[in-house]
Design a protein around this ligand. Structure first.
Ligand code: SF4
Length: 486
């Protein structure tokens, strides 16, 4: 059990994904929609002021909090406990699972309802609780669909982005659904199915978008309302959070919630922003009576104090996935990690090691669109390069094609003469491979690259020759103009 999705080696997964045209189309149209909404809600919203100022504030808050993580974790823990909650620090995924299993066992709980949570996916909590004999029900609509299908998320915010409504209808048939593929009807069926389960749940489990250190509160940012049901119906509540997901106070929470809602789904504010504080001592109506907060490390401290610490600034908005050209073509499952896309390629080797995830940082064109999109300014493309360096230094093998291409380019670019010769000879050498203006099947190390896309044929006229020609024409014209005026 781990954050791994499937057992396929990375490049095999990529190969399969790029030939799955249904998935590629579904992902690219979702990407376009989410990216456009985000742009309208950020740089396109005049009421917000300068989006760059918001990003700067986000970066500052995350960086400050991570630099004082020990202080704020203690403050969070003290305040949560002082209000009657129970805090458990889990160094590993196994420790987190064991603690939660114990709580469930002590309560003799059978029925568990869950709200969407990446960290519980990361620690494979559902499987662990099912082994204990519990019925675990995902109540977020997309997660519910995946659970019915025994599938895994392929996007951080929209986990079932790779499915269409016909597929959802077919999945629901397994539960006795006889209706159409109309989204409203499908959602109505899910709502009805889930509602009765909320009423008999013994324990509710959620993730945590942010924890507020100075009051010991948990903040959940959602759109469906299911998280509110999960946290109010059962008397026992377990919140699982990655240890970096906290803010010092409500002032910083305000800014990060704004950044998260606008960057993830392009909304000024999501339908629900729910804040829960343990209420065991207050006898309140809607606070959980028995509230457990499980704070998970599971590899995060590997990044603390290193060049990779900025990866922990992530607020899981998925804006980087929504602009990534690689994610667009391979979708989420090909990454083989519960965290896909640019942040997945950065985070997975930190949490799961280079042996398992060392190839993921190569799933990038290094175009830096992810860095530009990130609301808390994580330098994702630079972290990917740093990972590649560490991977190779540790004895890992980079993709052969890239290695040869970079070596060749290095030799060519180091001498003007070689560069000139290369530019002249490339179109001649590659000509036999060109068909309809592109190379569809490259030889040797070029083969994997051209397996999934076409390489445009090199132009017979290179840029230097073109520039020289135009410069000459331009200066001739200038001379002509001058002599006409004289
Ligand atoms: S790295 Fe940045 S853009 Fe990507 S999910 Fe995290 S916060 Fe969002």
């Amino acid at each position: 059990m781990s954050m791994k999705v499937g057992n396929q080696p990375f490049f095999e997964g990529v190969d399969e994904a790029i030939h799955n045209s249904f998935m590629v189309n579904a992902v690219s149209s979702a990407q376009d929609g989410l990216r456009d909404k985000k742009l309208r809600a950020t740089v396109g919203d005049e009421t917000l002021g300068d989006w760059e100022n918001w990003r700067n504030a986000g970066e500052e808050i995350r960086s400050f909090t991570l630099n004082h993580l020990d202080y704020y974790l203690k403050q969070l823990s003290d305040n949560f406990s002082a209000r009657g909650g129970h805090v458990y620090f889990a160094q590993t995924a196994e420790e987190a699972r064991d603690y939660i299993k114990k709580v469930v066992r002590d309560k003799k709980a059978k029925n568990i309802v869950k709200a969407k949570s990446m960290v519980t996916e990361e620690i494979s909590l559902n499987e662990a609780l099912e082994e204990e004999g519990c019925n675990v029900l995902e109540t977020d609509l997309a997660e519910f669909i995946l659970q019915v299908d025994k599938d895994r998320p392929s996007h951080i915010v929209v986990p079932s982005v790779h499915k269409n409504r016909q597929q959802v209808r077919d999945s629901f048939k397994k539960l006795g659904y006889t209706g159409s593929d109309d989204p409203k009807e499908l959602a109505g069926f899910a709502r009805k199915t889930l509602r009765s389960q909320f009423l008999k749940a013994d324990v509710g489990i959620t993730g945590c978008n942010f924890a507020v250190a100075d009051t010991g509160s948990i903040c959940l940012v959602t759109n469906e309302g299911n998280a509110n049901m999960v946290t109010t119906f059962p008397e026992t509540q377990i919140t699982v959070m990655g240890m970096e997901r906290l803010v010092p106070s409500w002032k910083e929470l305000d800014i990060l919630v704004t950044l998260l809602c606008r960057s993830s789904v392009g909304q000024r504010l999501t339908t629900y922003v729910t804040d829960i504080t343990p209420g065991g001592q207050l006898d309140t109506v809607d606070s959980p009576k028995d509230f457990h907060l499980v704070i998970v490390d599971a590899g995060r401290s590997n990044a603390l104090g290193t060049e990779f610490q900025p990866a922990l600034h992530c607020i899981r908005c998925a804006a980087c996935l929504n602009v990534c050209p690689v994610y667009r073509h391979i979708g989420g499952h090909a990454y083989g990690s519960i965290y896909p896309g640019p942040i997945g390629a950065v985070l997975s080797p930190i949490l799961g090691g280079y042996k398992e995830y060392g190839k993921l940082p190569y799933a990038s064109s290094l175009c830096a669109a992810c860095t530009e999109a990130c609301p808390v300014k994580i330098p994702l493309h630079q972290l990917l390069i740093k990972h590649r360096r560490k991977y190779v230094e540790g004895g890992g093998n980079p993709p052969v094609g890239e290695k040869i291409a970079m070596k060749g380019f290095g030799i060519g670019a180091s001498s003007p003469f070689m560069f000139k010769v290369g530019m002249k000879t490339a179109p001649i050498l590659l000509k036999p491979l060109v068909d309809n203006g592109a190379i569809e099947k490259g030889p040797g190390p070029m083969r994997p690259w051209t397996h999934g896309r076409d390489l445009p044929a090199p132009s017979s006229e290179n840029f230097r020759a073109w520039f020289k020609k135009h410069k000459e024409v331009e200066s001739e014209n200038k001379t002509k103009e001058t002599s006409e005026w004289q």
